[in-house]
Design a protein around this ligand. Structure first.
Ligand SMILES: NC(=O)c1ccc[n+]([C@@H]2O[C@H](COP(=O)([O-])OP(=O)(O)OC[C@H]3O[C@@H](n4cnc5c(N)ncnc54)[C@H](OP(=O)(O)O)[C@@H]3O)[C@@H](O)[C@H]2O)c1
Length: 282
């Protein structure tokens, strides 16, 4: 009844449509949070080198007693490591810190089009090596706009399995989602509840009251019905359970359309604009 659906990616691998995100979870809290998420039933964890908690994610996966193959683990290449040799070293570091010999999915975290002479193509070709040698079952990108995806399509052989972008009711990001869908790229929606910023919206609270669910469940269910992959973050066990209970109710097409209608375009963006973002952690 409450089983998380599985999505088949363009490379044949499968991913649970609902996972658990660990952005902004302090390293000291991460192992416990991930252990709790795994106990609740989450089998997909989204981390990144930039989050500084890969070691603790790996420790939780190991100490859970759940076979490694039953947990889908994603990590991402940090912004300072786009040059091929740096990317190779960074990927080795990610595997070492996670304590695994393979990740399920590895992403370029940001395109950084104003850095590296605008070259994210050689970075992508380096990720292709990791897929070829089997150390990344799937590879993908994050925060890629349409023009960045078009460049990869023109100059490389592999279509990304996923594109992880900001999507929530105030930024429905339809142009990028549309490109993804047309090209067999699955969209992963980051900050799916806009870090809580959409939960007080009257359209959402009205639906929540009517269907007897919480605003977070309504928003996460909206993502699921649109076909996107989500991994809400919470350090609060009751919220982790709430965010996992999405598969025993459905929104009507009218309710999905009403939430679609909350889109504010660029004004709704809460994170950086991928065309301009050029942050490299020191
Ligand atoms: N690729 C990228 O550039 C990128 C960028 C941002 C995020 N991400 C990924 O996407 C994941 C999710 O995004 P996010 O962490 O930014 O934001 P989010 O999942 O939209 O929201 C997390 C926030 O909402 C609160 N929350 C969670 N469930 C709730 C509920 N049921 N009711 C009320 N409040 C609730 C959490 O509080 P508590 O923790 O205090 O409970 C936390 O403050 C990240 O963890 C990361 O894996 C990727």
């Amino acid at each position: 009844m409450n089983a998380v659906p599985t999505i088949t990616l363009n490379d044949g691998h499968t991913i649970p449509q609902l996972g658990f995100g660990v952005f902004q979870i302090k390293p000291a809290d991460t192992e416990q949070a991930v252990r709790t998420a795994l106990e609740i039933g989450y089998r997909h964890i989204d981390t990144a080198e930039m989050y500084g908690n890969e070691k603790e994610v790996g420790a939780a996966v190991r100490s859970s007693g759940i076979p490694r193959d039953e947990i889908f683990v994603t990590s991402k290449l940090n912004n300072g490591f786009h040059r091929p040799d740096d990317a190779r070293r960074a990927f080795d570091g990610t595997l070492r810190d996670l304590g695994v010999d393979r990740v399920d999915l590895f992403l370029i975290h940001w395109p950084l089009p104003t850095r590296y002479d605008g070259d994210y193509v050689s970075t992508w070709q380096t990720l292709e090596e990791f897929a070829k040698d089997g150390r990344a079952s799937s590879i993908g990108v994050s925060n890629f706009q349409v023009r960045h995806l078009e460049k990869l399509a023109a100059e490389t052989a592999t279509v990304p399995a996923v594109n992880q972008i900001e999507v929530h009711p105030y930024l429905t990001n339809e142009a990028v989602r549309g490109y993804d869908a047309e090209h067999g790229i699955r969209t992963e929606a980051w900050s799916p509840i806009a870090q809580g910023g959409v939960l007080g919206d009257p359209v959402i609270t009205e639906i929540a009251e009517r269907v007897g669910r919480t605003p977070a469940q309504v928003v996460l269910r909206w993502h699921i019905q649109r076909g996107d992959i989500v991994f809400p973050k919470s350090v609060t066990p009751a919220r982790m359970r709430e965010n996992f209970a999405l598969f025993d109710f459905e929104l009507t097409d009218e309710d999905v359309a009403a939430v679609d209608g909350l889109d504010r375009g660029e004004e709704g963006r809460t994170g950086p604009n991928p065309d301009e973002f050029d942050y490299i952690p020191s």
